[in-house]
Structure formats: structure tokens, C-alpha cells
Design a protein around this ligand. Structure first.
Ligand code: ARG
Length: 264
């Protein structure tokens, strides 16, 4: 499995675009660096191939590579970030992807499309795209994108601002199984999701520790800290679980999964 990450050289909380970000709370940068490196090393130990995007000064959220794009079938969909402060990240991802030989599905029209935040809101299990919307991405984005297979979309409306991206409350483990925090979704969405995939419930407390923001590499699941029940749940289902402490990144509203972008 190939993954793109971006080192936390300029990571910081400099603006507030989700309820986790608090300008009065400071980041321990040495700790953040260690946490990022532990995640990186854990992925390598799971045999993932990790490429690195060069961090850019002035883009404090660039460490969250899940957001500026999404690999869909054979090409990348570039994001249209809701908040201007993150929009330049797409320029850097696009340059990297073009250089690496990836096709782009939505050539240069992103300023005119509705909002979409990449792997933060678009999650794939088998052939299904779980299409998150409500806070950062717009439902219309998916409806209008001609390159999306409309028959294989499951619309997921988010209703709790703490779970503003789909990857904060839903995590496909494989084609047939996923973790979720049902409280993040409206009832209709819950039914649609349950009809498509088997769902393992994460309780409220661990959901707030971002238990659903896990990275899956084959049979291995990497969870943020303070999620022991989720760990046991996954182990009972035969998965190997590693834990990576993410306290500094939670202050920005992100954890393990947010810092990875799938490249294959
Ligand atoms: N501070 C970032 C933002 O609000 C965090 C992004 C987290 N990424 C994710 N995939 N959920 O945009």
C-alpha cells in the first residue's frame, strides 16, 4: 500500500475552522514531531510505502494530507476547500501528483464547483464511495461530478460539528466492515450506511478521541490513543492493532487517518 504524508514542520493552530481548534491552546511542537514520526514508522513497519510531500510555510494544516484530494478509481479528484486558508494546499498536492504521473479527474475547474475536502469526506470501501457532506463538503459536489459512478455512492450527512469530516466518525476496515460513531449521522444516513456495510459501533467517549480516525494497512489497524474498547473490538475480529498517540494533532481536529492520503 502506498501512502502520502507531509512532515509537521509548520504544523500549528493559527486559525479556527473546526470546533477542536482553540487559538488559546498551544501546540507542543517537539511532541507533535514525535507523534508524527511514530505514525510514520508504524506505517513503514506495516509494510506501507510512504512518500512525503514537502511542507510549506504558511500552510499549518498541510500535515493533514487526507484533505486536498482523493484517489478515485484510476485518478485523483482535487479538493475545493471550504476555507480559503487551506486552498493553497491543493496547488502543492497537484504539483506533486502531476510530477508522480497521476491523472487528475477534475481539470482546473475547482473554483467553480461546490466544496469537497478529499479523503476527509470521501471514503471508499470496495466499489462504494461513502460521500460525506454537511460541514466541509457539499452534497452537490458529488451530484455534479460526471466522473463519479452515481450508482455506487452512499450519501452520508454529518450533523455534529465535532465530527465535521466523514473520516472523524467512519472508517472502512475492508470491503465489508467499518467502524462508525452513529451519533454523528442523521437517521436516514444511518440506515443507508447500515444497508451497505457491516458497522462496528464506537462509543461516544472513544469517538471523541477519534477512534474512527484509524489507518488500515491490510490486516493492521492503527488507532489514536485512549481508545481501548475499539482496540479490543478490532482484535476480537482478528485485526492487529497498533496505537499512536495523537494529542497534539487532536488540537487541530485531526488524528492518524487525517495525516495519510492513499495513493493506490
Ligand atoms: N485543522 C484541519 C481542518 O480543520 C484538520 C483536518 C483534519 N483532517 C481530516 N481528514 N479530518 O481542516
Amino acid at each position: 500500500m502506498k501512502i502520502l504524508m507531509c512532515p509537521p514542520d509548520y504544523f500549528n493552530v493559527e486559525y479556527q475552522i473546526n470546533p477542536w481548534m482553540n487559538l488559546n491552546e498551544s501546540i507542543d511542537h517537539a511532541k507533535a514531531r514525535k507523534q508524527w514520526e511514530t505514525l510514520y514508522q508504524t506505517l513503514i513497519n506495516c509494510d506501507a510505502e510512504v512518500s512525503l510531500l514537502k511542507p510549506v510555510e504558511g500552510l499549518p494544516d498541510m500535515v493533514f494530507t487526507a484533505n486536498p484530494g482523493l484517489l478515485y478509481q484510476d485518478s485523483f479528484i482535487l479538493s475545493h476547500f471550504k476555507h480559503a486558508v487551506r486552498q493553497n494546499e491543493v496547488v502543492h498536492l497537484k504539483a506533486w501528483l502531476t510530477d508522480a504521473g497521476f491523472n487528475i479527474a477534475n481539470p482546473d475547474d475547482f473554483a467553480s464547483t461546490p466544496f469537497f475536502e478529499g479523503g476527509g469526506d470521501g471514503l471508499i470501501a470496495g466499489e462504494t464511495l461513502f460521500a460525506g457532506y454537511g460541514f466541509r463538503s457539499d452534497k452537490q459536489f458529488y451530484e455534479q461530478a460526471s466522473y463519479l459512478d452515481q450508482n455506487k455512492l452512499v450519501y452520508c450527512q454529518l450533523i455534529n460539528p465535532r465530527f465535521y469530516h466523514l473520516d472523524t466518525c467512519f472508517c472502512p476496515i475492508n470491503e465489508d466492515l467499518a467502524l462508525w460513531y452513529p451519533g454523528a449521522f442523521d437517521e436516514e444516513t444511518q440506515k443507508r450506511m447500515a444497508a451497505k456495510i457491516e458497522l462496528l459501533d464506537v462509543g461516544e467517549e472513544e469517538a471523541y478521541h477519534f477512534a474512527c480516525n484509524a489507518v488500515v494497512v491490510n490486516n493492521h489497524v492503527i488507532l489514536p490513543g485512549a481508545c481501548p474498547k475499539t482496540k479490543t473490538l478490532l482484535e476480537k475480529r482478528g485485526f492487529e492493532v497498533s496505537v499512536c498517540e495523537m494529542s497534539e494533532f487532536l488540537k487541530a481536529g485531526g488524528a492518524c487517518k487525517c495525516m495519510t492520503l492513499r495513493l493506490d
